[in-house]
Design a protein around this ligand. Structure first.
Ligand code: CP
Ligand code: NVA
Length: 307
């Protein structure tokens, strides 16, 4: 049966381990200059309704390195953007392609693709979730901290797709997730309720960023205004004023804490330049790891790797 990647909690423990382990192998082979082309002859279609630097690059370069082809499909150019349904598009794409990646607004839209397509569908970010990012971040944390179990992650900022995805991941991975969001900008209520009740370890929500940062192994943030929310930019700038990773917040965390950001960053807003360019920051490795993890995901879902 085909497998999709719509969220992290949809993966079972074996899938998760297999993606992270395989990404480690793929990264090592890449660094050795060893060719690994299991997706020769395969094609991925990538539908983008929103801008992207890392996601597009990691899928497109990753597919090329795996021996396959990735096709960039902007909503401005394909018929989906002119009213062809997700279902019809998914059926047609299934006749040409071996996998589909979708970056769009509604999670329901990606799920409609997954229900209809005969080929694997990968969520490349919705307003609700960004599972590829969080899988890759788990890989980075494993690399930097030796594992994810019991790692204390302070997420400071908007209760957006990244925050929701961290909660979703916490259902499967025993991380200790401490979120700090201003009132009115909490993560998705359903995810939060599940996280607080069913987390593999612990999910907690704070209003004070320094409380969340206290003793953290990982400090994590994301933009105050996500794609699609541009009209709210000024109100958000006001609401998030104190939700910034800066020197003071870094001092609250453990001495060996790392600083992460999914990027793009808005310097001087959710994070200072001093911190993002400082010695604790791992954001460049974090961004690079998107490539290795994306390759593992495509290899596993699109049939290159024996399961
Ligand atoms: N982190 C991330 O998904 O970046 P892009 O929006 O550039 O793809
Ligand atoms: N929360 C951000 C993440 C970008 C990768 C957004 O949705 O714009």
């Amino acid at each position: 049966m085909k497998k999709d990647l719509l969220n992290v909690s949809g993966l079972n423990a074996a899938d998760l381990i297999s993606i992270l382990d395989h990404a480690g192998r793929i990264k090592a082979w890449h660094k050795e200059g060893r060719e690994y082309t299991p997706l020769k002859g395969k094609t991925l279609g990538m539908i983008f309704y929103k801008s992207s630097t890392r996601t597009r690059l990691s899928f497109e370069v990753g597919m090329y390195q795996l021996g396959g082809l990735a096709i960039f499909l902007s909503n401005r150019d394909i018929q989906l953007g002119r009213g062809e349904t997700e279902e019809d598009t998914a059926k047609i794409m299934s006749r040409y392609l071996d996998g589909i990646m979708v970056r769009t607004f509604s999670q329901e839209s990606v799920e409609a693709f997954a229900r209809t397509a005969a080929i694997p569908v990968i969520n490349g970010l919705t307003d609700l979730l960004h599972p590829c990012q969080i899988l890759s971040d788990l890989f980075t944390i494993k690399e930097k901290k030796g594992g994810c179990e019991g790692v204390r992650i302070a997420y400071i900022g908007d209760g957006n797709n990244i925050a929701n995805s961290w909660i979703d991941a916490a259902l499967r991975v025993p991380i200790h997730l401490r979120l700090a969001c201003p009132q009115g900008y909490d993560p998705d209520r359903g995810f939060l309720a599940r996280g607080e009740k069913e987390a593999a370890a612990k999910v907690e929500l704070f209003r004070d960023p320094s409380e969340a940062a206290d003793g953290a192994d990982v400090l994590y943030t994301d933009v105050w205004t996500s794609m699609g929310q541009e009209a709210e930019k000024d109100a958000r700038a006001e609401a998030f004023r104190n939700f910034q990773i800066n020197r003071r917040i870094v001092e609250q965390a453990r001495k060996d804490a790392i600083v992460m950001h999914c990027l793009p960053a808005h310097r001087g807003e959710e994070i200072t330049s001093e911190v993002i360019d400082g010695p604790r920051s791992v954001v460049l490795d974090q961004a690079e790891n998107r490539l290795h993890v994306q390759k593992a995901v495509m290899d596993i879902l699109m049939g290159g790797k024996e399961k």
